[in-house]
Ligand binder design. Structure first.
Ligand SMILES: *[C@@H]1O[C@H](CO)[C@@H](O)[C@H](O)[C@H]1NC(C)=O
Ligand SMILES: *[C@@H]1O[C@H](CO)[C@@H](O)[C@H](O)[C@H]1NC(C)=O
Ligand SMILES: *[C@@H]1O[C@H](CO)[C@@H](O)[C@H](O)[C@H]1NC(C)=O
Ligand SMILES: *[C@@H]1O[C@H](CO)[C@@H](O)[C@H](O)[C@H]1NC(C)=O
Length: 377
């Protein structure tokens, strides 16, 4: 019997879909480095995800339009209208990369930018760092995508994860033909939500919902106050240019951002694992592994650890219960995969699961599927 012995076995769904690998060469010009990937995925990028008019989805499926949806529609229209000047306000190399992706895919620049800036706002996830009894560090995540957007009544699934599954890719970023970092990502998206610098650190980002949060920062940025970082651009910069756990932690803790977020960071030595809870301007909490006091894992879904999760969306308690039952002695990547395959940690929104082990450089990602009965989120 696997882990989570008290959980019904039928609750664990171990489907593992294949995800292709691509190399992104950081030595080539930013507007060219995505060419190969985008030309391979052109059909999926154009037909499926990017051009799905978000407003139509929202209007078709959600009869009661919320404040959030109106805002998203407004931003989408703005982006399409002011596309070129807006893209030019993004920092290098992101501006150039987005232009390159628009050129190769043939999509409007504003649409590619919208995808890059807004999709991260709709992710709900589970991320964890765990240490085994020999001091090995494991980092894993489920990316659950598309809350608030399109539920496909016929297929019993959310439309957005359906669109995103074919866009999911593993990326190997190289300089001088040597791997700098690896990431699971969506074709067309230049920020990072999940990544590893082999031998050095592992990093994932989870959405932190906050009414005051994102929108104010994004509106300020459109109006010209641009001293904050887009969140997934920050994770990309850290993965690309930070060379130690300490440096990564410092940047993730201290950089001013446009919206709040959780960063889950693992290092390469015993005790190096933490969840950083960020508001736009400050670090609210750093929750670290504490082996001496029995904390051999840290786990984050989408709620501050000092608060109860939303009662409708409690993935934290089941995931922790599974980890507790697994025990530190038996923790391993397959055991963690089982934890992340247990409903409702696995749900209809789950798009992929990534497993990382920093010291060996293991980086595996799988497409997920959650057959009925499965809760929608
Ligand atoms: C990388 O490898 C390719 C062939 O695999 C070679 O043509 C190229 O010169 C190498 N680039 C660098 C920067 O070493
Ligand atoms: C990483 O650093 C290099 C060299 O300073 C810079 O050219 C590059 O734009 C940086 N990458 C990111 C994503 O910020
Ligand atoms: C761990 O990371 C540090 C940088 O923080 C690096 O100097 C060291 O070589 C790494 N250790 C191993 C075993 O790779
Ligand atoms: C898991 O174990 C920790 C440490 O013993 C405990 O604080 C926590 O309440 C447990 N959580 C669950 C959901 O069982």
């Amino acid at each position: 019997m696997g882990p989570c012995v008290n959980v019904l076995i039928s609750c664990i769904h171990r489907f593992k879909g294949k995800i292709p690998w691509y190399t992104i060469n950081l030595d080539s010009a930013p507007h060219k480095r995505w060419n190969q990937l985008i030309s391979d995925k052109k059909v999926e990028v154009c037909d499926q995800s990017l051009v799905v008019p978000i407003q139509e989805l929202i209007l078709a499926v959600c009869p009661s339009i919320t404040f959030l949806e109106i805002l998203v529609t407004l931003f989408h229209t703005l982006f399409l209208f002011f596309q070129a000047p807006l893209v030019d306000t993004l920092p290098f190399p992101f501006n150039e990369e987005i232009k390159g992706i628009a050129d190769v895919s043939g999509l409007p620049l504003g649409e590619v930018m919208f995808f890059n800036v807004f999709y991260e706002i709709f992710t709900v996830c589970t991320s964890l760092v765990a240490e085994d009894t020999t001091g090995k560090l494991y980092h894993a995540r489920n990316l659950d995508f598309g809350l608030f957007l399109g539920w496909d009544i016929k297929k019993h699934s959310w439309e957005i994860p359906e669109y995103l599954r074919p866009l999911t890719v593993n990326l190997d970023f190289q300089r001088n033909n040597k791997t700098i970092f690896k990431s699971t990502n969506f074709a067309g998206y230049v920020g990072m939500l999940t990544g590893m610098r082999p031998g050095i650190f592992t990093l994932t980002m989870n959405e932190r919902f906050n009414i005051d949060g994102g929108y104010i920062g994004i509106i300020e940025w459109i109006l010209g106050k641009r001293d904050g970082f887009w969140m997934s651009f920050l994770t990309r910069s850290v993965l690309e240019n930070a060379t130690s756990y300490a440096q990564a932690k410092d940047q993730l803790t201290n950089t001013k951002m446009l919206a709040p977020a959780y960063f889950i960071l693992g290092g390469n030595r015993s005790g190096e694992g933490c969840v950083i809870t960020r508001s736009r301007k400050a670090c609210l909490d750093v929750w670290e592994l504490d082996l001496k006091h029995g904390s051999w894992y840290v786990l984050e879904t989408n709620y501050d650890r000092w608060k109860d999760p939303l009662f409708l969306d409690n993935r934290r308690t089941p995931a922790m219960k599974c980890l507790n039952e697994t025990t530190q002695k038996k923790i391993s990547l397959p055991a963690i995969y089982d934890v992340l395959s247990t409903k409702p940690v696995l749900n209809k929104l789950t798009t992929y699961t990534t497993l990382m082990e920093v010291s060996s450089g293991t980086f595996e990602a799988y497409l997920r599927d959650c057959p009925d009965p499965c809760i929608p989120w």
